[in-house]
Design a protein around this ligand. Structure first.
Ligand SMILES: Nc1nc2c(ncn2[C@@H]2O[C@H](COP(=O)(O)OP(=O)(O)OP(=O)(O)O)[C@@H](O)[C@H]2O)c(=O)[nH]1
Ligand SMILES: [Mg+2]
Length: 448
């Protein structure tokens, strides 16, 4: 790589030491896109391609009726009490729960600053006032690779939300990698608002939706649980957008050490699902990185090819301008010379062209004189007009050909070629290394 290229923003040694392999892969990949100098986003934008940098974490949104246990699940996952829980309507807005260096609570505007991809949410009025972030230092489970979105409990009837909650959830569903729907057996599991939203989310991103029967320890005995589940599934299946049969609805509850419950707890499946999504996201991201590199290199090649063509066109255009310009000026010049020669005596020319020069001038102009003599005197003006019109046409044509195509200068061209080499070689090689590391880690895990 050329010395002109500055080095990519590297991870600091403390990060390198404390990050897991997956975390590092996601970060490095993200940096390959956002590097201010050679990042793919910038290089791509130079050739008219709009690329989005991948996120460093997956997004898991939790929705469900009020008191279904969404906030409790987040607290359990990260093993820290960051979200208020309780029987009252606890979560009234959207809370982003993410890992960071310092425990902190951030406001809506700070949240938008921290997660710029959430900015389009602003179109929903008032929502920013009900948006916040809880930063936790937890490193439990896969939390360092997950951003949770806790949502307000969904209720029917009188409850008035201060913003368009359905619209916000649908929009967040578009950006979330996973959306967990919690149905609790005692509350309003069959809340119409929840089912309406689930139906819409399912038609948009059915593959990202997961259904859980939460608080399963409170659902009574096994037959009660089955009954509740049947009711929920039946209700869901009534909807045209949801009538896929065979709903998978694991039963989950927050395990409490002092409470014995005779109920299968599939909460580990939820954690595995999150892990699976992280792994898929990493693989997709690395594949996309390679595709983006190829796309950018192709666009740069096309730009170079276009520039070559523009340069060839301009060369021909310039040649045509010179020829047409000469043609346009030549005839009037000859006529002017002839006029001069016939207006002055031979001796006049002798004085500054000499004998030979004057003879040559007369010889050169003899065809013009001959031509002029052939034309009857009455038509001299007409011939002069025709010659002038033809000359003007030549000059107009020359002017038309002076419209050159824009081309790159040498520096721009060299920069572009360097970026192509960087994308094709350095970034692609880096991608292969990251893939290798990812695979090695999976193999080691399987071996153990
Ligand atoms: N027995 C039992 N109780 C639970 C479980 N999960 C949550 N709870 C309790 O259920 C109540 C509501 O839980 P939250 O986590 O606040 O529910 P939420 O879905 O966030 O509710 P909103 O924020 O109002 O939408 C709390 O009192 C929790 O302690 C569970 O798995 N088992
Ligand atoms: Mg809550």
């Amino acid at each position: 790589m050329s010395g002109r290229m500055k080095q990519r923003r590297a991870l600091n040694p403390v990060d390198l030491a404390t990050l897991s392999v997956n975390e590092r892969i996601l970060r490095e990949c993200h940096n390959l896109y956002v590097d201010p100098e050679n990042g793919l986003v910038k290089v791509a934008s130079n050739v008219g391609l709009n690329l989005l940098a991948p996120r460093k974490k997956i997004i898991v949104m939790l929705i469900g009726n009020h008191s279904a246990g969404k906030s409790t699940f987040i607290n359990w996952y990260i093993e820290e009490h960051v979200q208020k829980t309780g029987v009252a309507i606890e979560t009234q807005g959207f809370t982003i729960v993410t890992s960071g260096r310092k425990r902190e609570s951030l406001t809506g505007n700070a949240t938008l600053h921290l997660f710029p991809y959430l900015k389009p949410l602003q179109v929903i009025s008032e929502v920013v006032d009900y948006l916040g972030t809880e930063v936790s230092t937890s490193k439990q489970k896969k939390f360092s690779l997950v951003t949770f979105i806790d949502t307000p409990g969904l209720v029917d009837g009188e409850m008035v939300y201060p913003f368009d909650v359905d619209k916000a959830i649908l929009w967040l569903g578009d950006i979330a990698d996973l959306t967990f729907v919690f149905f609790d057996p005692i509350g309003q599991a069959l809340c119409k608002r929840t089912i309406d939203l689930v139906e819409k989310l399912n038609t948009r991103h059915g593959d990202r939706l997961r259904f859980y029967l939460s608080k399963a320890d409170e659902a009574g005995d096994e037959s009660d649980r089955q009954k509740v589940m049947m009711q929920i599934v039946q209700e869901l299946c009534k909807r045209p957008g949801l009538n896929k049969c065979g709903f998978d609805m694991p039963t989950i509850y927050i395990p409490l050490s002092n409470k014995y419950v005779r109920c299968i707890n599939q909460i580990d499946e939820v954690c595995k699902d999150i892990e699976k999504t992280i792994n898929q996201t990493i693989q997709n991201m690395l594949n996309t990185l390679e595709k983006d590199c190829e796309h950018v290199a192709e666009l740069i090649n096309a730009r170079i090819e276009e520039d070559n063509e523009a340069k060839t066109y301009n060369f021909h255009a310039r040649s045509r301008v010179i020829l047409l310009g000469l043609a346009g000026l030549f005839l009037p010049f000859l006529l002017f010379l002839n006029f001069m020669v016939s207006s002055f005596s031979k001796e006049f020319f002798h004085s500054f062209l000499g004998q030979n020069g004057t003879e040559s001038l007369y010889t050169c102009l003899s065809p013009v004189r001959g031509f002029w003599q052939v034309i009857p005197n009455d038509y001299h003006f007409t011939a002069l007009g025709i010659i002038l019109v033809v000359s003007i046409m030549f000059l107009l044509l020359a002017r038309w050909f002076t419209r050159l195509k824009p081309t790159m200068n040498r520096k721009e061209r060299r920069n572009l070629l360097e970026k192509r080499d960087y994308v094709q070689n350095t970034v692609k090689v880096k991608k292969h290394h990251l893939y290798q590391e990812y695979l090695e880690q999976s193999i080691t895990e399987q071996d153990l």
